[in-house]
Design a protein around this ligand. Structure first.
Ligand code: PLP
Length: 621
């Protein structure tokens, strides 16, 4: 099982148990027994909860949050930093009520707040029992209504910061403050010039969409001064983009942010809070390298880099240490959820026994079969080249009508048999493993009960890598390689890049799945961004969502269960009225009965089947 790299990316949360099953480990209770994930799935199935299931683990969520707050507290202590840390969770990273509610609860003792990037998110934030000292930071483009609600919320005791992202917002904030007679808490978003690496590079630098450049910043300060509101501007914000791969980008950005901060202080702006946005990444692959799906730093290193950089810059400028704010989303929630789905059926592309050409077959069929005579480890690339050439020619001849269906089918079979043999020889000890990438044509396709578009949209849209492993039989050597296909009718609905120990691969080692066997896969660390970005492609709706709490004795408690969408529900999302659809179907059945095509009993069965579908899960049941 070492090939799956669980020991690298699992980070003590996910491990392989002696039983060969994936276990979940409570990171908050040292010495706790792992909880068998296949065991959880069996227990859920006994309660009638079907796959696909999005599983939330309460301790993983709490750990995600306390890891960030704890690291900042330690870094502050170690560096002798005089300010405090006041994190906020960006609601956009996971807006689900169960997640936000728990984060607010876990974060209350640390004065943890929320970041809102839109009016609906501000409304969510204002509806939470936040601690008195927690912040609400409003980013994003704001209209007058947004600014008014944020300003008014001060009266209810909320510490709502309006982060000014443009000169237009400066005007709005001034107008609203005057009209209401309330001093708002104002922040200003700075557009840093440093550009980060990774998938979100465009969120940083000159051409990023948000924030004020140096010239606009000066204008904003002047406008606030003229309006008598400069004393309200106490927070400076910047955000570089998500999943920053290299910790030195964090240091460079913090250094640049501090330059603006101390310059603004010198201009008489009474800044007290320095907000450095999100970007704290997750090491999805476990490689600890600066790549798109990995990062070259730990949470502790991230926080100490920030604390030390800011301390140094403030001390140098003779300025007091500000309250540090970060808006970590991914790092807080990504770990907390896993998507579990199972295999529906397998399509195999390899051929075990050598097929023979038949008398009368075109000579290209025998030429193809003849490759077997020089199939040896030194000549495998040559064999691949020849086989590809002959197969292409045979296909062209079939299209032109030169050879028939059975002849081309024999050629295809011989080709697949050759590829399987080449694969075996390449994988044998000392074999040329570098050619394995060319042999994906023989990998199985496992058709699995999930929608990539609904549950793993970043895998589809931006080639995000998530750890993905079979949940069982990990003490048996996998004997097959596969790619996974979802159940949408879309050829994009597949996973063909996997994290393995020591890198990535285009196929996943799996076990032969017997007829009727439940073979589950888990995709881990999907708690950030995936749920709301997911869409209704082919009308596959929300999956069942189950929240569990890990017990120290290897058991678990089912904390909360949310049923996935029914067909009737997804139909209403696309503006159908389920009742009208049912009535139309019933009329059609009535007509068939009156025409004598079916009898009343058959009609009843039809209507029953239709009703069951309407009220059922959108996935395979
Ligand atoms: N803050 C702002 C302003 C953002 O736009 C984002 C997302 O990109 C975040 C915070 C969260 O970033 P992350 O999930 O990388 O922590």
């Amino acid at each position: 099982h070492a090939i799956y790299g669980v020991h690298r990316w699992g980070r003590g949360l996910v491990e392989v148990m002696d039983s060969g099953e994936i276990g979940l480990v409570n990171p908050l209770a040292p010495g706790a027994k792992p909880v068998s994930l296949p065991g959880v799935m069996t227990a859920l199935s006994e309660r009638g909860i079907q796959t696909p299931v999005l599983l939330r683990i309460t301790q993983f969520l709490e750990y995600g949050l306390t890891r960030v707050t704890g690291s900042f507290a330690e870094a502050i202590e170690r560096a002798g930093y005089k300010g405090s840390y006041r994190g906020v969770f960006p609601i956009k990273v996971n807006q689900q009520e169960q997640v936000v509610r728990r984060l607010v609860e876990y974060g209350a003792p640390m004065g943890y707040g929320l970041e809102a990037g839109s009016k609906p998110e501000l409304v969510i934030a204002l509806g939470q029992p936040l601690a008195r000292n927690a912040l609400i930071v409003c980013n994003g483009t704001k209209d007058e209504e947004f600014v008014r609600l944020a300003t008014l919320s001060r009266r209810a005791g909320f510490n709502t910061y309006i982060v000014l992202e443009s000169l237009n917002e400066v005007e709005i904030a001034i107008r609203v403050a005057k009209e209401l007679g309330i001093d708002p808490l104002l922040g200003v978003r700075i557009k840093l010039t440093n550009q980060i690496g990774g998938a979100w590079a465009a969120s940083s630098g000159d051409r990023s969409a948000f924030g004020l450049n140096s010239e606009q910043l000066v204008t904003a300060v002047e406008k606030l001064k003229a309006a008598g509101l400069l004393h309200c501007l106490t927070l400076q914000h910047s955000h570089l983009g998500s999943q920053i791969p290299d910790v030195n980008d964090v240091r460079r950005a913090a250094t640049e942010a501090c330059r603006y901060f101390t310059e603004l202080l010198a201009e008489g702006v009474p800044l007290t809070h320095l907000d450095l946005g999100g970007g704290l990444g997750i090491d999805y692959t476990g490689e600890a390298r600066a790549t798109e799906s990995s990062v070259n730093y730990s949470v502790a290193e991230y926080s100490s880099s920030i604390v030390e950089t800011v301390k140094y810059a403030m001390d140098e400028a003779g300025a007091p240490h500000p309250t540090l704010v970060t808006e970590s989303g991914r790092a807080v929630v990504a770990l907390s959820a896993a998507l579990i789905f199972d295999v529906l059926e397998t399509t195999r592309y390899d051929v075990e026994s050598a097929p023979e050409p038949e008398p009368g077959d075109h000579h290209l069929v025998s030429d193809l079969a003849g490759i077997a005579r020089y199939l040896e480890p030194r000549r495998l690339q040559e064999c691949i080249n020849d086989a590809n050439f002959y197969r292409t020619e045979l296909r062209a001849m079939f299209r032109r009508g030169v050879i028939g269906l059975r002849e081309v089918a024999r050629g295809e079979r011989i080709y697949l048999w050759l590829m399987s043999r080449i694969h075996d020889l390449a994988e044998a000890p000392g074999g040329p493993t570098e050619i394995l990438d060319q042999l994906d044509t023989t990998a199985d396709i496992l058709h699995c009960n999930f929608s990539l578009f609904q549950s793993l949209p970043d895998v589809w849209a931006i080639d995000q890598l998530h750890p993905l492993v079979p949940l069982q039989r990990l003490n048996e050597a996998p004997d097959r390689r596969a790619i996974l296909a979802d159940i949408t009718c879309d050829s994009d609905g597949k996973i063909d890049r996997f994290i393995l120990d020591g890198g990535t691969a285009s196929t996943l080692p799996v076990h032969s799945v017997a007829e009727g066997e439940r073979y589950h896969f888990g995709t881990f660390f999907v708690g950030a961004y995936q749920e709301t970005l997911g869409d209704l492609h082919n009308l596959f709706g929300d999956t069942n969502v189950v929240t569990i709490s890990l017990r120290d004795d290897g058991g678990f408690d089912l904390v909360e269960e949310l049923e996935g969408d029914t067909i009737s529900e997804v139909l209403s999302y696309v503006e159908y009225t389920p009742r009208d659809i049912s009535d139309a179907f019933r009329k059609r059945v009535d007509a068939a009965i009156s025409e004598g095509g079916i009898d009343a009993k058959e009609g009843r069965e039809l209507i029953e089947a239709f009703r069951n579908s309407m009220n059922g899960y959108t996935y395979f049941e």
